[in-house]
Design a protein around this ligand. Structure first.
Ligand SMILES: CC(C)(COP(=O)(O)OP(=O)(O)OC[C@H]1O[C@@H](n2cnc3c(N)ncnc32)[C@H](O)[C@@H]1OP(=O)(O)O)[C@@H](O)C(=O)NCCC(=O)NCCS
Length: 510
C-alpha cells in the first residue's frame, strides 16, 4: 500500500514525565528500617514469627501453623505502628541503607543488603501481577497512561496512524528508525517473498475440526512452524534471526486467513504478491471465484490502521510472555506461540468480543440507563472501558472511532454503533466512571469495525495477533541482545507446609 499523504503533521509531540525514563541518576534513596509491620504472635505458641514475610513460623519453629489464619493475615499486622516497649531483636531497627535511584527505579537486588535475621538471604519485593516492577529496559514503545500518550520509537501513534503503513511501522518498531525508500522497498520485498507456507502446514491445518476456534488453530500452527524452520534455533546468528522475523511477520496473515477459511468451510487462498500486506490478507480471507481479488481501498486502509494501532504496547501480558519464554533461548516460533496463547485470554485479546456481546445484550439505547445502573451496582463491567495503564482516553480508541465511520461508509453502519455512542456519552458524564478515570479503550470500537468488515467474533484475537507479531519479535530480539537479561525466574513467598516426613498409605488420615 502506498502512503496516503506525507504533509507535515501538526500533532503535538508530548514531553516525558520524570519517572521510569532512562535519565541521569538521582541522589540515592535511604531506607530506614522501622517497625511498621510488627508481626502478630504465632497462633500455636504465641511467640513472635522470625520473619513474617518469608518464614511465618515462630522463632521456636512450631511444626504446626494455621494455614487458614495465615491467609487472613493472622501472622502479620500491616501498618500497625511499633509499641514503645517492643524490643523484638529479629526486626532490624533504625538501620540506614543507601539504595541508588537510577531511571526512576531502585534495583530489587540492591534491597538484598537489608537483612532481618542472621540467616536471612535479604529483602525481596513482593509484586504479584507486576503492578510496579520494571523487568527490562526498552527503546521500543513508550506509554504515558495519565496523559493518553503512545509512542513507537518516539513517534506519536496519531501521526503513524495518519501517515504511515503497517509495514513501514513494523520496520520502525524493529529497527528503530523510519526506512528510506530503498530500505522500505527491500523490507517490503522480503516480507512479500515469505508469505507462502509449506504445503504440509496447509495439511496440518486441515486436520482441525470444522468448529475449531481460529485462535486455537493459529496458536498451534505458529508453534508447528518451529518444526519446519530448524534454523530458528540459531537465535544468536543475526542473519538467521532476521530470517525468522521475516518469516513470522509474513506468514502470520497467511495462517490467520487459512484459519478463517477453515472455520467457514472455504478453500484456502494462496497469497497474491502483487497486493499490499493488508490487501493480500483481505484477498486470502475473502476471495471467491474471481480471477483477481481487488481489495476495497477504504477497508484496506482501515485494516492497515488497526494493525498499526495494535503493533506494540510495551510490557503487556503477551509481550511479557514472549520475553519470558524467549529468555530460555527457545526458537522464536515456539515463543511467539506462547505469546499468542496469552493473547487468547478474554482479559487480553478477547475484550472487543465482550464489547459486542454487551452491546447486543443492551439491545436498544432505551436500556442504557438501566445497564449503567447495574454496572455501578457491581453487577458486571462496562466492557471496552478502563485500562490498567491508561487513566485517560486511550489514544488508540480515538483513532479507531474515526476509522469506524470510514468503514461504515463502505459496509453500511453497524446497528450496534448507536448504542456504543450513547453508552460512551452517558458513561463519560457519569460520576462513577469519571472519578475512577474509566475511558473507552482500544476495544470499545474495534469489534464494531471488524464485524462490519465481515469477521466473526472468534477471529478478533487472531487479527490482534497478526498486528502484534512485530511487537513480539522486536521485544524478543531486544531481550536477547540485552546483556543484563537472563532466563526469567521470579521468586516466591512460600506459603506451603513445613518440612515433614513421608506418611505411608496405611498411616494416612487416621
Ligand atoms: C481493563 C481492566 C481489566 C483494568 O483493570 P484494573 O486496572 O485492575 O482496574 P480495577 O479492576 O482495579 O478497577 C478500578 C475501579 O474501577 C472499576 N472498574 C474498572 N473497570 C471498569 C469497567 N469497565 N466497568 C465498571 N467498573 C470498572 C472497578 O470496579 C474498580 O472500582 P472500585 O474502586 O469501586 O472497586 C478493567 O478496567 C476492565 O475490566 N475493563 C473492562 C474489560 C476491558 O475492556 N478490557 C480491555 C482492556 S484493553
Amino acid at each position: 500500500m502506498t502512503k496516503l499523504h506525507s504533509h507535515g503533521s501538526s500533532l503535538p509531540i508530548p514531553s516525558f514525565p520524570h519517572s521510569l525514563i532512562a535519565a541521569s541518576p538521582a541522589p540515592p534513596f535511604t531506607i530506614t528500617m522501622g517497625r511498621m509491620d510488627r508481626p502478630a504472635l504465632c497462633v500455636q505458641c504465641r511467640a513472635r514469627p522470625v520473619d513474617p514475610a518469608w518464614r511465618p513460623f515462630c522463632s521456636r519453629r512450631c511444626q504446626v501453623f494455621d494455614q487458614a489464619r495465615w491467609g487472613e493475615g493472622a501472622y502479620r499486622v500491616p501498618g500497625r505502628p511499633a509499641a514503645a516497649d517492643d524490643t523484638d531483636p529479629s526486626v532490624t531497627d533504625g538501620k540506614q541503607y543507601q539504595v541508588p535511584i537510577i531511571d526512576g527505579t531502585i534495583r530489587a537486588t540492591d534491597l538484598k543488603q537489608i537483612k532481618v535475621g542472621d540467616e536471612d538471604v535479604g529483602l525481596a519485593t513482593y509484586d504479584p501481577a507486576f503492578m510496579n516492577t520494571a523487568a527490562c529496559r526498552s527503546r521500543i514503545t513508550y506509554i504515558d497512561g495519565d496523559k493518553g500518550v503512545l509512542l513507537y520509537r518516539g513517534y506519536p501513534i496519531e501521526q503513524l496512524a495518519e501517515e504511515s503503513t503497517y509495514l513501514e511501522t513494523a520496520y520502525l518498531i524493529l529497527f528503530g528508525e523510519l526506512p528510506d525508500e530503498r530500505q522500505l522497498a527491500e523490507w517490503t520485498h522480503q516480507i512479500t517473498m515469505h508469505t507462502m507456507v509449506h504445503e504440509n502446514i496447509k495439511k496440518f491445518m486441515e486436520g482441525f475440526t470444522y468448529d475449531a476456534h481460529p485462535m486455537g488453530v493459529f496458536v498451534s500452527t505458529v508453534a508447528a512452524l518451529s518444526t519446519f524452520y530448524t534454523d530458528g534455533k540459531q537465535i544468536f546468528d543475526d542473519q538467521a534471526r532476521l530470517r525468522q522475523i521475516h518469516r513470522l511477520i509474513a506468514k502470520v496473515p497467511t495462517i490467520a486467513a487459512y484459519a478463517f477459511r477453515h472455520s467457514i468451510g472455504r478453500p484456502y487462498v494462496y497469497p497474491d504478491n502483487e497486493l499490499s500486506f493488508t490487501g493480500n490478507f483481505l484477498n486470502m480471507l475473502f476471495k471467491m471465484t474471481e480471477l483477481k481479488y481487488q481489495p476495497n481501498p477504504a477497508l484496506e486502509r482501515a485494516l492497515d490502521i488497526l494493525f498499526i494501532l495494535h503493533a506494540d504496547h510495551e510490557q503487556n501480558c503477551s509481550t511479557s510472555a514472549m520475553r519470558s519464554i524467549g529468555s530460555s533461548h527457545v526458537d522464536p516460533f515456539s515463543a511467539l506461540a506462547g505469546a499468542a496463547a496469552a493473547l487468547y485470554g478474554p482479559l487480553h485479546g478477547g475484550a472487543n468480543e465482550a464489547v459486542l456481546r454487551m452491546l447486543k445484550e443492551i439491545e436498544s439505547t432505551d436500556n442504557i440507563p438501566a445497564f449503567i445502573k447495574r454496572v455501578k451496582a457491581g453487577d458486571g463491567r462496562l466492557m471496552g472501558f478502563g485500562h490498567r495503564v491508561y487513566k485517560s482516553y486511550d489514544p488508540r480508541a480515538k483513532i479507531i472511532k474515526k476509522a469506524a465511520y470510514e468503514v461504515f461508509e463502505v459496509t453500511g453502519k453497524n446497528p450496534l454503533l448507536d448504542i456504543a455512542l450513547e453508552l460512551e456519552r452517558i458513561a463519560l458524564e457519569d460520576e462513577y466512571f469519571v472519578t475512577r478515570k474509566l475511558y473507552p479503550n482500544v476495544d470499545f470500537y474495534s469489534g464494531l469495525i471488524y464485524q462490519a468488515m465481515g469477521f466473526q467474533m472468534d477471529m478478533f484475537p487472531v487479527l490482534f495477533a497478526i498486528a502484534r507479531t512485530v511487537g513480539w519479535v522486536a521485544q524478543w530480539e531486544e531481550m536477547l541482545l540485552d546483556s543484563e537479561q537472563k532466563i526469567s525466574r521470579p521468586r516466591q513467598i512460600y506459603t506451603g507446609a513445613q518440612p515433614r516426613d513421608y506418611v505411608g498409605m496405611t498411616e494416612r488420615r487416621k
